[in-house]
Write a protein that binds this ligand. Structure first.
Ligand code: ADP
Ligand code: ASP
Ligand code: MG
Length: 448
């Protein structure tokens, strides 16, 4: 069987018009068996988080207002698509009614557990998939019957052997009897049968996992831009499509902020040797990116990525060099709090680490104060220059340093892997750094 996974993101299913575009694209792959993975309609997952937060803050009125707007948006989309059958409307209503019940519970208790949050957050994909499957007139598979995960609500980890087994039982028979199925991205279920989610932006990851589990010939990520670009086009409007990337380059760009791809997506695809392409729903014949086995951009810098909301924690201890095991004690503090550190830089008497600014920084600061003098810098961003030939091209350093001349840099790391050179700067300077680097690498000369 020649099977493809086609994942459509929030903007791609964001309106009746774009769902029509989706149908057209799905039709273009007629010769294949197709697993269509959909995100929630653009903005809906954010609204669901807002409902949960409003309920927790005892503002049930606000939660109900958003619920009403969500029901209207889905119903209007169904009407515009001509699929306003009573069972479609009832299914949407039932999902939102369940969210309403959960919101009332959260309001009553003033408590929002990660488990309840995932149940609420799953509503977006459950509703969008109903619309898309009805419009495409094909079976709808509840992803929770296949996407088996641990119980790490909010960022659940897939259990690949269980997923493969479930896919063989639930998904493959549907593909034997038909050419097309629709399922949800982002959501799964744990051993107890409770709904889990793979983390924000996780529908790409779902596509990677399902593609690997079934052994498809390609995983297609359909989004609102023509593939992975040389920088975020919202920051650099002249950014252009990177046509070929390695798995390493794509994973590195994704984990350093290139939102176009969830960072975990490429791992299952790489393990299974399946190519991943990233394409535009709005320009299906336009350019696209391909990530496939044995391929590389062959460039010192393939693209620039940027992630905001970073903090730097520095610990200074005059006698650090005389204290064996200092670093072990230091990292133990992070480990015990379950905080993962990103970049690390050490000097004679101090250590700086960067981490997500959402970590419990005050508590961490108190723990670390036992080891030395602590300072915490917030409002930082990390910018990464990524390319397979980066290490082999010393000029990359000069080009980068020249480009960010006069901008204060807090931390520099030539990644432990060979494909990444990253800088941490103040958030207010970050866009300028991205633009300067883009200009140096892509506009002045063809790479360093
Ligand atoms: P979807 O809803 O389809 O999953 P996302 O909003 O998650 O789409 O990701 C697409 C967005 O990622 C683009 O609109 C773009 O603004 C942003 N983006 C950030 N960095 C890059 C990059 N290097 N290349 C392409 N898009 C990028
Ligand atoms: N709907 C989810 C989110 O907004 C998952 C996704 O779109 O990938 O995070
Ligand atoms: Mg996304």
């Amino acid at each position: 069987m020649n099977i493809v996974v086609m994942k459509f993101g929030g903007t791609s299913v964001g309106s009746a018009e774009s769902i029509r575009d989706v149908a057209h694209i799905v039709d273009l792959r007629k010769g294949f068996k197709r697993i269509v993975v959909v995100s929630a309609l653009a903005g809906v997952t954010n609204s669901l988080f807002e409902i949960a937060a409003a309920a927790k803050g005892h503002n049930l009125g606000r939660a109900e207002q958003i619920l009403e707007a969500l029901e209207k948006r889905h119903a209007d989309t169904a009407t515009e698509l001509g699929i306003e059958a009573p069972q479609v409307m009832a299914a949407i209503h039932e999902i939102l009614e369940n969210v309403h019940k959960l919101a009332r519970g959260v309001d009553l208790l003033g408590e929002l557990s990660p488990r309840t949050m995932d149940e609420i957050a799953s509503a977006g994909e459950r509703m969008s998939s109903i619309l898309v499957a009805s419009f495409l007139r094909c079976p709808l598979l509840d992803a929770r019957t296949v996407m088996k995960t641990d119980s790490h609500f909010g960022s659940a980890r897939p259990k690949m052997p269980a997923i493969k087994k479930a896919a063989a039982l639930q998904l493959e028979p549907l593909l034997q009897s038909g050419d097309l199925i629709v399922t949800q991205g982002y959501i799964g279920s744990d051993d107890a049968g409770d709904t889990t989610t793979l983390g924000r932006g996780g529908s790409d990851f779902s596509a990677g996992i399902l593609g690997a589990a079934v052994g498809v010939s390609e995983i297609e990520i359909w989004t609102d831009v023509e593939g992975i670009l040389t920088a975020d086009p919202r920051i650099v409007p002249s950014a252009r499509t990177v046509e070929i990337l390695s798995y390493d380059e794509a994973a590195e760009l994704a984990s350093y902020g290139a939102k176009v791809l969830h960072p975990a997506t490429v791992r299952p695809a790489l393990d299974a040797g399946i190519p991943v392409t990233i394409r535009s729903t709005f320009k299906p014949d336009g350019k696209h990116s391909t990530i496939s086995p044995g391929q590389s951009s062959g460039r010192p810098c393939v693209a620039i990525a940027m992630r905001r909301n970073v903090a730097i924690v520095s610990i200074t201890q005059e006698t650090m060099t005389e204290q064996a095991g200092f670093l072990a004690r230091l990292f133990d503090v992070f480990g015990r709090r379950g905080i993962s550190v990103d970049l690390v830089s050490t000097s004679e008497i101090s250590v700086s680490v960067s981490l997500d600014a959402g970590a419990p920084l005050d508590a961490l600061g108190q723990d670390l104060a036992k080891l030395g003098t602590v300072s915490i810098a917030k409002d930082r961003a990390v910018i990464a220059v990524v390319g397979d030939l980066l290490r082999k091209t010393p000029e990359v350093l000069k080009t980068s340093f020249d480009a960010i001349d006069h901008i204060p840099v807090d931390l520099i790391s030539m990644g432990a892997n060979a494909v990444n050179l990253s800088f941490i700067v103040q958030e207010k300077d970050a866009e300028r750094v991205v633009r300067n680097l883009h200009e140096a690498f892509f506009e002045k000369s063809e790479n360093a």
